[in-house]
Design a protein around this ligand. Structure first.
Ligand code: ZN
Length: 184
């Protein structure tokens, strides 16, 4: 088989047929085509794609399942300096195809349900869901790469409390003192 990894992943497939044939699909999804994802990130390079590998199969219980891997380069907003940071989203996932909520509830814990109708699974939508799932909720530059590193203590109150000697101007225990006062 030729290496088709730079070709676009099909938008929709018959997952049941693919599972019966133990098929593997490899391809890319243009990030610009994923509207929900586009809104959730700061941006990405023009023409950036998500690289996807999907291995379809049937498990011992004759469930149709897919084991997937994806990787996408993206720009996130560092929550410390609010500047852009380059990041690579990586995910591995195991989904079970279901056509109803009842089926979804019968899936074993290790399988996430992916709802399809009888004959089609929307793969781009699946990829978008998985990308959204692995977005870090609080992206931060590495400490030594963040332009706001000098303000680190101000943004990381936990650290500041653990290193009070670095903040001679403020007493981390003053809050505690305030709390005590209000008790009396
Ligand atoms: Zn930063």
């Amino acid at each position: 088989m030729s290496n088709a990894s730079n070709a676009e992943l099909p938008k929709s497939v018959d997952p049941y047929r693919l599972a019966e044939h133990n098929s593997t699909l490899e391809g890319v999804v243009p990030l610009s085509a994923l509207a929900r994802f586009r809104e959730a990130v700061l941006g990405f390079a023009e023409g950036a794609t998500c690289q996807v590998t999907l291995s379809f199969s049937m498990d011992g219980e004759r469930r149709r399942v897919v084991a997937g891997k994806l990787e996408a380069p993206v720009h996130l907003e560092c929550q410390r300096c609010m500047g852009p940071m380059a990041s690579t989203l990586v995910s591995e996932f195991h989904l079970g195809f279901v056509t109803s909520d009842e089926q979804a509830q019968q899936l074993p814990r290790e399988l996430e349900p992916f709802l399809t109708d009888e004959f089609t699974a929307e793969l781009w939508s699946m990829v978008e869901d998985e990308l959204l799932l692995v977005l870090p909720p609080f992206p931060l530059h590495a400490r030594n790469e963040c332009p706001a590193r000098e303000d680190l203590e101000a943004y990381e109150p936990d650290k500041a409390a653990a290193e009070p000697e670095n903040r001679p101007g403020e007493n981390p225990f003053s809050v505690l003192a305030e709390l005590k006062k209000t008790k009396h």
